[in-house]
Design a protein around this ligand. Structure first.
Ligand code: NAG
Ligand code: NAG
Ligand code: NAG
Ligand code: NAG
Ligand code: NAG
Ligand code: NAG
Ligand code: NAG
Ligand code: NAG
Ligand code: NAG
Ligand code: NAG
Ligand code: FE2
Length: 500
């Protein structure tokens, strides 16, 4: 007779989802918010079981949640250990604080509390009040499954956390009052590092067949860690390469002379499956596509999230698509020819600059950086997006992907420095900040840096951090690099745009 444990193992081979759910007990609710227009908020959270009608109780005061919003959206995918519930609360007043509590929360949640959370809706489009936003890119799981005070073989000892060092999630949590929402344009959780972390001896070894459990536990852990921010601040996300695959786009085990590729991946770990399930970005109210490209207004700013990973159109293969540079093989997400740039052009053309003088765009990969010309860039993105940025006077393009911080000058077509610099340039300003921190630390900028570089931090500086944007009014925007370990601003620059 097989023991109960062996039986579970056998079942696991046949029914991985059910078995994984059995063993998965540590998750909290992973509560996360997303703007939906100026008058809506999407509340998303995870449960261990399918929920027929997920509900959110909400109201204007903490002790009177007298309204209920509900949906029938409780979705999962093969190998997931949880269900993603999404409920839209609509008809809210802009710039108003509400209290809410999702229901049900899984009984095993460490955080199945009865005290409501709160959120504040987006400012009305055209509200010219000063606005601050936090931006983090390439932010992975912290702690024993990701970035901590130790790492495996091959990670620069300079890039692990010092004992007691505050990480970027700590910093964002302690700075909550200083920003309206958190923007994360790609590379979320780094669950696909599970194999690398095992090969490097950081995580206990599993088998390839059981790897999805480690992958899913990293995802769950990350979203739980982020709840300190995302249950009270909208969390607007974009796609990065690490959302598309299970094995870091090809992981080599030198000791055993094996190079893994996407053929080891379970369906739930490919094609941005977890990412598609986990979020509901406001593309339905901005004409975009899923969580991949969309836009939203908040007060005096029009924000645009782009997809540098797939769907570049114009005959280009996206870096994460089959045949792309990433070795990932994801499918495009929109079958319409040139859907993304057609949408981008129409979206930019529709902006009323008297209401939203500022246009800020984010995409995962940089168009410019002091770095060798390799897949760090999305060269095709440069070709398809830059002309539109210039034509429609985009103020700022934010990116990550390279795990460095670099602030550039405003740049005209093909990287020519705008002679006005930050004093009313006619070209977009470029900032890459992929230094939020994840398991294997930071990357290098080339030395010397390109002539268009104005400030940089890389692996030698060993500082993790995030960006704070402050739109003071219609003419002044300050970008700050905030060091996560002590919330100190290590770089600050203010852009002046006359805007008409
Ligand atoms: C909930 O209470 C508020 C007052 O706090 C009231 O204005 C509102 O109409 C109530 N909503 C419902 C659905 O009863
Ligand atoms: C795990 O596998 C790696 C390489 O495949 C090997 O170097 C390491 O020793 C293994 N660790 C354990 C605990 O078996
Ligand atoms: C590693 O494997 C490849 C085939 O996958 C083989 O050609 C090569 O000789 C092997 N190298 C070593 C050092 O075993
Ligand atoms: C993955 O590697 C295997 C073995 O080397 C090879 O047969 C297969 O074609 C590769 N698959 C992909 C998608 O690259
Ligand atoms: C694909 O893009 C078209 C054109 O922008 C849009 O109408 C359509 O809704 C998009 N499809 C999906 C699945 O989002
Ligand atoms: C992505 O999905 C398509 C089917 O929609 C499949 O053909 C392809 O193999 C998947 N990619 C990966 C890497 O699994
Ligand atoms: C970078 O490389 C791509 C092809 O990989 C090429 O199309 C592009 O022109 C190069 N850019 C520069 C600035 O050399
Ligand atoms: C930018 O570079 C592209 C490709 O190298 C070229 O076709 C185009 O003419 C250049 N534009 C300017 C303004 O230099
Ligand atoms: C806009 O904000 C900047 C920075 O705070 C300030 O110097 C400037 O005077 C403001 N402009 C107006 C018109 O208030
Ligand atoms: C904060 O941390 C940064 C990065 O480690 C360091 O350069 C700076 O001196 C620190 N500032 C203070 C006030 O401790
Ligand atoms: Fe990336």
């Amino acid at each position: 007779m097989p023991s109960m444990k062996a039986l579970v193992k056998i079942i696991a081979a046949v029914m991985p989802v059910a078995a994984a759910a059995l063993e998965h007990t540590s998750t909290t609710a992973q509560i996360r918010l997303a703007y939906h227009g100026n008058d809506g908020m999407t509340v998303s959270w995870n449960t261990l079981k399918h929920v027929k009608h997920p509900k959110v109780h909400w109201g204007l005061s903490e002790d009177n949640l007298n309204n209920t919003a509900s949906s029938d959206v409780s979705v999962t995918y093969p190998t997931s250990t949880t269900f993603n519930n999404h409920v839209l609360i609509s008809g809210l007043a802009p710039d108003t604080t509400y209290y809410y509590l999702p229901s049900p929360l899984s009984v095993k949640c460490k955080d199945a509390r009865r005290r409501p959370y709160s959120f504040t809706t987006s400012r009305r489009t055209g509200d010219q009040a000063s606005l601050s936003v936090a931006v983090a890119v390439d932010l992975g799981t912290m702690g024993s499954l990701g970035l901590s005070t130790t790492a495996g073989n091959g990670v620069s000892p300079n890039n692990v956390l010092k004992p007691g060092e505050k990480n970027t999630i700590d910093s964002l949590t302690s700075s909550l009052s200083g920003y309206q929402f958190l923007w994360h344009p790609g590379d979320i959780a780094y669950a696909d590092y599970w194999l690398k972390e095992e090969i490097q001896g950081y995580l206990p070894n599993t088998t390839i067949e059981e790897g999805y459990r480690v992958y899913e536990s990293i995802l769950n852990e990350f979203y739980d860690e982020m709840m300190a921010v995302t249950a009270t601040r909208p969390y607007m996300v974009g796609p990065g390469n690490h959302e598309a695959n299970c094995d870091n786009g090809g992981t080599t085990d030198k000791a055993h002379n094996i190079t893994y590729n996407s053929s080891i991946c379970f369906p739930g770990q490919t094609n941005f499956t977890g990412y598609k399930n986990h979020f509901r970005m406001p593309s339905d109210v901005s004409g975009g596509t899923g969580n991949f490209w969309y836009s939203f207004d908040n007060g005096l700013v029009h924000f645009i999230q782009l997809d540098t990973e797939t769907d570049l159109g114009h005959g280009f293969i996206g870096p994460d698509e089959a045949g792309g540079s990433g070795g990932i093989g994801a499918d495009p997400v929109n079958a319409t020819m040139d859907a993304q740039t057609t949408w981008l052009k129409a979206d930019l053309a529709a902006v009323d600059r008297t209401k939203t003088p500022w246009i800020v765009v984010a995409g995962h990969r940089p168009l410019y950086l002091s770095h060798a010309n390799d897949s760090t860039f999305c060269s095709a993105c440069h070709d398809i997006f830059e002309p539109l940025f210039v034509e429609f006077d985009v103020d700022l393009y934010l990116s990550g992907h390279a795990h460095v911080y670099e602030r550039l000058a405003p740049l005209g077509l093909n990287g020519t420095v705008d002679p006005a610099e930050l004093n009313n340039p006619t070209s977009p300003w470029y900032i890459t900040n992929g230094a939020a921190g994840h398991y294997d630390g930071l990357d290098s900028l080339q030395s010397p840096r390109n002539p268009y570089s104005r400030f940089g931090l890389d692996t030698h500086d060993a500082v993790y951090g995030w960006s704070r944007l402050t739109f003071h009014n219609s003419t002044h925007l300050t970008h700050e690099f905030v060091a996560s370990n002590n919330n100190t601003v290590l770089d600050s620059a203010t852009l002046y745009k006359a805007h008409g």
